[in-house]
Design a protein around this ligand. Structure first.
Ligand SMILES: [Zn+2]
Length: 267
């Protein structure tokens, strides 16, 4: 589905692009790869972003089929794009029927603000209400994106503050902690709102404590992720090893590597 410029950005830093193509085709091959990396479970991030990346609503069916190989280890994340749905209620029902276990909103690629429901985009409110009612978390991409056509003004996590206030029972994950521009905002939101969590994917582990010097204070609501195979994330196993090497208390490390995720998606 990739648009040519997006595909080029994906391939640029990837020596092993063919391997990724193979993993997209074969969940069994990907599970073996996870075994080798020492990873039990993976959340597979998919979202609809026709303008910037090329992803269409077919991603939902794709990931639902893909995880059938092992529904305990593979957790499907999908999405509905407010501007690319003709019937938002029907699309929400379809996503629920497919067993999608997280909704991703990608503001810089979907070209919208998380709180645009306050400015006429009623579809967003319907998506959040449905997720809240069904106990499905919503992950927001926060921080910049280097894909051609991405608009970074949408990446400031402050716009998620309204969502956290208006949907207090909705579990909200801030992907990438606003890196590299808005870490203080992300840290504030996690501390301010009981329903907001921090996902550390896409942050080079070596920079994590520079970005979040008080990470241990929010370990209870922080979860590990890699953002692989996104550009700039070379390898899952290497990422994990570098995270393990950080000077964190053992309890905080365990919390971030598994316990927080287990509270969101019990095994
Ligand atoms: Zn992202």
């Amino acid at each position: 589905m990739f648009k040519p410029a997006a595909l080029e950005a994906m391939k640029k830093k990837r020596a092993n692009f063919e391997q990724i193509v193979e993993f997209c085709r074969s969940p069994r091959a990907f599970l073996k790869h996870l075994d080798a990396a020492g990873v039990d479970r993976a959340v597979l991030i998919n979202y609809v972003a026709p303008e910037v990346i090329g992803f269409t609503p077919e991603v939902n069916q794709f990931v639902a089929n893909y995880v059938k190989e092992d529904t305990k280890r593979l957790i499907p994340c999908g999405s509905i794009h407010p501007r690319h749905t003709r019937n938002v209620l029907a699309d929400v029902e379809q996503v629920l029927r497919l067993g999608i276990r997280m909704i991703k909103i990608h503001p810089p690629h979907q070209l919208l603000f998380p709180n645009d429901y306050l400015h006429g985009v009623k579809e967003l409110e319907i998506i959040y209400r449905a997720a809240e009612a069904n106990g499905i978390p919503v992950m927001f991409h926060t921080g910049t994106s280097i894909f051609p056509g991405a608009r970074n003004k949408f990446g400031d996590p402050i716009h998620v503050d309204d969502v956290a206030v208006d949907f207090p029972k909705l579990k909200i994950l801030l992907a990438h902690g606003g890196r590299p521009l808005w870490m203080e905002t992300a840290f504030f939101l996690v501390r301010r709102h009981p329903n907001v969590y921090l996902d550390i994917s896409g942050i080079p582990p070596k920079s994590l404590l520079k970005y979040f010097p008080r990470l241990e204070e929010i370990a209870e609501k922080t979860l590990f992720g890699t953002d692989w195979p996104g550009p700039g994330v070379p390898d899952i196993k290497q990422n994990l090893e570098q995270f393990r090497a950080l000077p964190l208390a053992e309890a905080a490390r365990e919390q971030i590597l598994s316990k927080t995720a287990l509270t969101i998606w019990p095994a």
